[in-house]
Design a protein around this ligand. Structure first.
Ligand code: ACM
Length: 488
């Protein structure tokens, strides 16, 4: 009896151990089935158009290239015909076949990443299991500021692959800011000839930009990886680099340099027809490169001094009956939004836009806290939550890391893990308007790929689970993280 009792305890623990997978983000349901699928070169990929891409992904993790032609031992992809917005997938690993069935192409890749995280390199097998999974939030993004420091297309592609491996589905690419304009615009070549370069205090010239071909290459790589890129063109603030290239965009029209210091700048766009038309033309080219439904148009941190000093702005306010400078800001956002709506796009803008009028089709990205986003949802507008105290990965995550700015707050892994886009007081009806969350990396103090990786890992894993998983367990997350970072 005693031995049996012990055995049953051991069997119980064996079962527990077997369901202790190493998957991040944790799936909705996971069951092992006492089989395993041996991966070797004879295995074939069936049912996925770009099978070369699947082969490459598998080889990168397992060092085995499955290039079999026969259909005896297969990794079999299919699409479910229903529920295409759910991003759900089903994965079943048996001795002969790995079945992947998903609601959309990106979700087939989520299943692939789950499979790869369940690889046992000791015997080259995928652990036999059945996984049913879908994300908590449809929008799961990571941002990258390529203006303050430029990161080339090779680094951006690696960044995309990293996001994809954790089932993040969006890269928000912050392409323009005061300290550098980073996207080639054919109609306005000075944006990159002048605006992409700044003279540093030591006299050196710092800069760089993406050509349109570079960006197309990045977009197609992201698409292969199931990641959508949302470009951001900042306006009316954070626009000094554009003004340095084309001074008529400001109200003062004076020549300025691309700034080489950080912080909020007074040089902002003037709401003239010519400036608005300029940015509409810029956005026309942006829309040609990026197929995303959303375009981010900034809208944050707009000091109003130059508008106060501008006769033109005073006249515009009278003519258009704009009561204050917040209304002038809203006027610009509306003009740009109308243009982008005609092109079949929707805009995302930072939380500050909630101070003035915004149409219901604008998605509000709440960054100072969740307040602007909550306000938006109560008014029936969609929101993305990126509150800085949880989601700003340029803030230090280790006690010993340097705080590079007074505004930065220690943001350890657990803090990010505990992030939820919801606020306790928000009604179920308002919650429906929250489409997800995003983590940001501002790069004033991040100049190299190594530093970038140091800032985002492992917090990227934490936000991925925060936005994907239905059940949270920080202790178990830490265990899985160790396995993921130190695979067997
Ligand atoms: C922001 O951090 N200024 C959006």
């Amino acid at each position: 009896m005693r031995i049996l009792a012990w055995l049953s305890v051991l069997v119980f623990f064996a079962k527990v151990a077997k369901t202790q997978h190493a998957i991040i983000p944790a799936p909705l349901s996971y069951k092992e089935n006492n089989t395993s699928f041996l991966l070797n070169e004879q295995v074939s990929i069936v049912g996925y158009d770009e099978s070369f891409f699947i082969q490459q992904k598998i080889e990168a993790i397992t060092h085995i290239l499955p290039r079999g032609e026969n259909t005896k031992r297969v990794i079999l992809f299919s699409l479910q015909s229903t529920d295409s917005n759910s991003q759900s997938y089903w994965l079943k690993v048996t001795a002969d076949t790995v079945f992947i069935s998903a609601s959309c192409k990106a979700a087939q890749l989520y299943a692939l990443h789950t499979l790869l995280q369940n690889f046992n390199s000791k015997n080259n097998t995928f652990i036999g299991c059945e996984v049913i999974d879908k994300p908590l939030f449809p929008y799961r993004a990571m941002h990258l500021d390529v203006s303050r420091h430029f990161f080339n297309k090779t680094i951006v592609k690696q960044y995309i692959a990293l996001l994809a491996s954790l089932k993040m589905n969006t890269l928000h690419l912050h392409l323009t800011d005061d300290q550098g304009w980073r996207i080639e615009i054919k109609q306005y070549p000075l944006l990159t000839q002048i605006g992409a370069w700044r003279k540093e205090k030591d006299g050196s010239n710092y800069g760089g930009f993406f050509t349109q071909d570079d960006l197309r290459e990045i977009v197609s790589y992201a698409t292969l990886n199931g990641v959508e890129i949302i470009p951001e063109i900042e306006m009316p603030g954070h626009a000094s680099a554009a003004i340095a290239a084309y001074p008529f965009l400001s109200c003062h029209r004076n020549a300025i340099e691309v700034p080489n210091t950080w912080g909020i700048k007074n040089d902002i766009l003037c709401p003239t027809d010519s400036t608005l038309q300029f940015f509409k033309n810029v956005l026309n080219e942006v829309c040609e490169i990026f197929p995303s439904k959303f375009i981010h148009i900034g809208g944050d941190e707009v000091p109003k001094t130059q508008w106060q000093q501008s006769l033109f702005v005073q006249q515009l306010m009278q003519e258009k009956k704009l009561k204050n400078y917040t209304a002038v800001h809203a006027y610009i956002i509306q003009e740009i939004e109308k243009h982008l709506t005609q092109k079949g796009k929707r805009i995302i803008a930072w939380g500050e836009v909630m101070r003035g009028y915004v149409s219901d089709s604008v998605v509000v990205m709440s960054w100072k806290s969740k307040a602007a986003g909550n306000k938006a949802t109560k008014l029936g507008k969609q929101a993305i939550m990126a509150p800085r105290l949880y989601c700003y990965f340029d803030y230090p995550q280790n006690i010993q890391d340097k705080k590079n700015g007074k505004w930065m707050v220690y943001t350890p892994l657990k803090k990010t893990y505990c992030f939820t886009p919801y606020s306790k007081h928000l009604s179920p009806q308002a919650r429906q308007f929250i489409i997800g969350g995003e983590a940001a990396v501002w790069t004033e103090h991040i100049a190299t790929e190594q530093q970038l990786l140091h800032q985002i890992m492992p917090r990227l894993a934490a936000i991925s689970e925060a936005l994907w998983s239905h059940q949270k367990d920080f202790k178990d997350f830490e265990r899985r993280l160790q396995l993921l970072l130190n695979p067997q």
